[in-house]
Design a protein around this ligand. Structure first.
Ligand code: CMP
Length: 180
């Protein structure tokens, strides 16, 4: 059954506001899209870090957190904890095929650590710049690893390598209730 003239009028009246709104919005679509992207980006601009057993045992936690805050990161969650070899193994499961995996798990469970979730624009990349290269021998002057790390293994601090891993690693240590 086709639409009557009356049906068509009602449909037109119903759709008119949408057509009008979409015509009004069209010139601003790019700017609206950019704003939405920016809001989404801000919401995921978090990274995860651990102050490792060597740095914690040597009482560098305060100095390291001060550097992190001075660089503009906000601490959204933090705790002192002690991994077992098993939990360290789960955290670093991505490295399970690497030759250094067993030593890494043993080292990461050798003493207390500080786990934290940090927030800042461009958090993952900026944090990796702040901490410096994995091997402190290659770390730039003024970076956390250059100042506090002892070796490739005892390299003072961990920083997530992507937004996705930051979210996975953060939720490994913190429940939603513990995160600001
Ligand atoms: P992190 O950023 O915490 O991620 C994995 C860790 O493995 C790394 O820091 C190093 O401390 C440690 N590690 C030990 N040996 C190596 C290696 N040969 N290459 C890379 N990482 C290593």
């Amino acid at each position: 059954m086709g639409l009557t003239k009356e049906d068509k009028t009602i449909l037109l009246l119903l759709l008119w506001p949408y057509a009008k709104i979409s015509r009004l919005l069209r010139p601003h679509l790019d700017s609206i899209k950019n704003k939405v992207l920016k809001i989404n980006k801000m919401a995921t601009n978090r990274t995860f870090t651990m102050i490792k057993p060597d740095a914690f045992a040597d009482a560098h936690t305060g100095a390291i957190l001060a550097m992190i805050e001075k660089a503009g990161f906000k601490i959204k969650a933090a705790k002192v904890t002690h991994l077992t070899a098993e939990t360290a193994g789960k955290f670093y499961a991505v490295h399970s095929e690497r030759p250094f995996y067993q030593d890494l798990c043993q080292y990461m469970s050798s003493g207390a650590i500080v786990a934290a979730i940090l927030e800042k624009d461009n958090a993952v990349a900026d944090f990796r710049t702040l901490i410096g290269a994995t091997n402190p021998a290659n770390a730039a002057e003024g970076t956390i690893r250059k100042i506090f790390a002892k070796s490739l293994e005892a390299n003072a601090i961990h920083g997530s390598d992507s937004d996705e891993n930051a979210a996975i690693e953060g939720s490994f240590f913190f429940s939603g209730l513990e995160i600001m």
